[in-house]
Design a protein around this ligand. Structure first.
Ligand SMILES: [Zn+2]
Ligand SMILES: [Zn+2]
Length: 276
């Protein structure tokens, strides 16, 4: 497998350890390429994003590592960006090589509150109850609708954890993925992914942190990606250097069993397909 990872958090946002620790772990694990994707600053209170005043230090530190290790590993500087009303477009910012676009929050237009999609169980319940009057279908439609809006207005290079709304749905506690409404929302979203030439990530971060037992997105969604010729990329979404390739072998086997032969990665300053 061509070893690489483009989804990583550090002490600059809600991860741990210095950026350089991730590079040392990447080298130990035989990585060819590594990308940092700190949570981009947001214009509301948050304790998991890079603070605006720290952004320059983040990009400068990553850039210095890029130079320091240029003979042993390619390093890219990215951001995991949030899409919400009035969000910043980070795609063309100086020093940013790529973006991973996510919808972690839905704004409640009545209260102005940002309601988490992938919070803990209690936060999820609150979003469902206070944001959608307990109507899971409305929650699902709002989430996937917002993802499509992001793709159509500010398409990132990579779509983050596409079905992260399933994070608290163990044993189908809130909805069934076989439900027609759910499947329609996902398929409509994949059609926009295809149209906008974005990459779907196969994110193992939820497994390493004990939230889910399989990667985002679910196998049937990856099968649809394969049928629609949508490129994928393996991501560990690591918050600690020890997890930079967590569950990669299993996820690689899963992709191969579906029929995928390659993943699309940034390598030699170009997005290209490399063998799994
Ligand atoms: Zn995320
Ligand atoms: Zn992340």
């Amino acid at each position: 497998m061509f070893k690489c990872n483009f989804h990583a958090h550090s002490r600059f946002d809600d991860g741990t350890e210095e950026l350089e620790s991730y590079i040392q772990s990447a080298l130990t694990n035989g990585f060819r390429v590594f990308g940092f994707s700190g949570h981009a600053p947001v214009n509301f209170d948050s304790n998991w994003n890079i603070r605006s005043e720290d952004l320059e230090e983040y990009t400068n530190t990553a850039k210095a590592l890029k130079d320091k290790y240029k003979d042993s590993i390619e390093i890219y500087v990215g951001l995991e960006t949030d899409f919400y009303p009035g969000c910043t477009d980070w795609r063309k910012k100086r020093g940013i090589d790529y973006t991973i676009g996510a919808v972690h929050f839905l704004k409640n237009e009545e209260t102005g509150q940002y309601m988490p999609v992938d919070g803990n169980r209690q936060e999820f319940e609150e979003t469902l109850r206070y944001g959608f009057g307990g109507d899971m279908e409305s929650f699902i439609s709002a989430y996937y609708g917002k993802l499509r809006e992001m793709l159509l207005t500010m398409p990132p290079n990579i779509v983050a954890h596409l079905d992260v709304i399933k994070k608290n749905n163990e044993n189908q506690a809130y909805f069934s993925e076989d439900d027609e409404v759910y499947r329609d929302e996902v398929i409509k979203t994949l059609e926009v992914v295809s149209l906008t030439h974005t990459i779907v990530e196969v994110n193992t971060g939820g497994i390493s942190r004990g939230y889910v037992k399989e990667p985002y997105p679910s196998r049937w969604i990856l099968e649809s990606c394969f049928d629609m010729d949508i490129p994928v990329i393996l991501s560990s979404d690591c918050h600690h250097p020890d997890n930079i390739d967590y569950y990669f072998d299993e996820a690689c086997d899963l992709l191969k069993s579906i029929g995928f032969k390659s993943q699309r990665v940034l390598y030699g300053d170009e997005w290209r397909d490399v063998a799994l």
